[in-house]
Design a protein around this ligand. Sequence first.
Ligand code: ATP
Length: 745
Amino acid sequence: MTVKRLQNSPDTVPAYRDNLDQLRDALRRLDLLIQRRTVAFREAAPDPLRTDLTHVYISHEEVDHLLRSPGTVKVVHPEGRGIEKALESLGKEIHAKVTQSLRQGVFLALPQLAHIFSLSPFECDVLIICLAPELDRKYDKLYAYLQDDITRKKPSVDLALDLLCASETARWQGRNYFSSQAPLFRTGLLQFVEDMQSPSGSSDLSRFLKLDPRILSALLGSNHIDAALSDVSRLILPQPDPEPVFIDPAIHKNLLRFMQRHLSDQSKDRKKLAFHFHGPYGVGKKELAATLCGALNIPLLIIDTPLLLKDSRDIETPLRNAFREGLLQQAALFLEGIDIFNTDNTPRFFKTLHQAIAQYGWLCFLAGEAAWTQQPGLFQDMLFQSVHLPVPADPLQRAAWDYHLSALDAAKADHAKDWPAALAGQFRLSPGQMRDAVQSALARRALDGGESGITLGDLFSACREQSNQKLHEMARKINPRADWGDIILPESHIGQLKEICAQVKHRTRVFGDWGFDRKLSYGKGLSVLFSGPPGTGKTLAAEVIAHALGLDCYKIDLSGLVSKYIGETEKNLAKVFREAETSNAILFFDEADALFGKRTEVSDAHDRYANIETSYLLQKMEEYEGIVILATNLRDNMDEAFTRRIRFIVEFPFPDAAHRLAIWKRHFPKEAPVDEAMDYEWLSKKVQVAGGNIKNIVLNAAFLAAENGQVIGMDHLIQGTRREYEKIGKLWDDNRLDPAKEKAR
Ligand code: ATP
């Protein structure tokens, strides 16, 4: 085949049919380069491999035969005359056809790689030299022949320079393309492979060149994700109908506008755009990024960062490959889970990340739960924004529940139409947690062999499971079992407790539907103070409320959080509230007086800090959207300014005889063997103790009876009472506190 004379104007040349069509031409050009080199090679060593006839060799004839294979451009003269011309002509033809193809939207891998990685024509040629043996084994022989060694089938730096440089000066200049910092190697498109057989001390010229497997497949037109990344990444293509995101529409709108404006700037010095999305699990960080990218028709490559860098000492290569894949896919990058690198001793990660973005990034999202703590200047050469994504408030909460429940048959029933409001009113879950809760409620039902659909109760317990369980470390979880029937208090007090429950139940309607949230400058949380003597039922009341509302309840000993070190108390409190934020639990702070002791005139520095700590707690309580109950035995110690900011104050009275009677009776389970002659009336009149002591006495009596193999009778209770009196330091009067002795008198 001879090179046709083409008028190389892009308008008159046909476009390539496809990518392979262009590669075919690129190989034809390579064959010409090889022919040129062959001529020079033969001039230098007329019979190179025949000197030792015991060796296997490649003959000139064999090479000529290979170079005459179909498709190769025939050069007219054996001395190579005409090669330069043929090279020039084919070069122009390729250039014109590429231009025409790109104009017509034909995908060509090599020009695309050149564009993405800013490769020069020389570097593109090197890629083709490395690609050729992967497509046709004739190049193994040709390369071995030109390298004068039957074992050197791979292209080396030296061979590439020989093929591409027509003069010695050009060779020297060409060396720069083979430094490890040159684009081909920095981007990992090519790798050096040492020639093990070379005598030691050989120069870098002898190093072989190897095409990265991902780049090989890219050159062949495949766009499959790099095999090295397949387990740690996911590509989200722009969807016409994306999943809904339950994120404040204002945040969404502003970000989209910002991105649109930035990306429409086509100038060369446009800065890289990097976002840091932080917020609790399931809040929709990925979904937001995917929606934003979808709106701009950009694919999104999600990378599980901890998995990507797991067990890897070299974080640079995996990070670079991830960003390189983003470029190959023309996708924005989303690096999730970056929190684990947020420690003091890993600034290396952020530095390397910064480098990777600077070199290969254009649009990327970093995502984690924690706020940005890296040095502010680290990303100053880019457009960097850290965006907090909180758990959505109503009406997004309800909308998210609506969405996640919509697939459930049970939730379509008439009685279930209030479920979203009920769930949104009592839990503050992220949409991801809602999805998990629905899945886990369904799984639980299926495990229990439940025939019927899931119930609201199932969803409530699934929601509790989703709530942050980390509070366990700082607080004691109360398993709410007690019911309204278990607490004995005056009617008005029960009424107050029920009002507290109603405030939680109807929070959505009052704050959301009726717009009260917009009228309130601070918290919508519910702060409650329980005061009263020890053992009068404050903890029990919290348990009853938690049970009635289907919420978890955590008891935190406030005295354990208060520290004498300045600033430590706030840190401890912040930790509790941070963990609680996603737990939706009732926080029950016991011994609240440890902190809220009367804030008298500030007399010393320590008092001043105590005031700061108290204000801090109040502020946290107001911000917290769940119930916070503070319990104290010493109401009088409470500062007036402080109690004013509490929504409910319930004073637990010391129980009178009538209430004590009910409390005594409540404490015997129906399975327990109790003497029929038990005199509850006498006990309630004579044993003047609070419910907490009654509970202890009954339990002690039950053990005494069990030990003696008897039913629980008055004797055991008297004995139990004596012990309890001793414990609490109350005076025991044998004559008055024994019904038998009393009767005998
Ligand atoms: P403290 O101030 O010492 O923490 P408290 O006011 O929180 O005490 P609880 O722990 O609720 O008291 O009471 C202990 C136990 O006493 C309860 O679990 C319950 O068995 C019994 N009890 C106390 N008060 C009542 C009550 N009003 N009605 C029924 N049982 C009660």
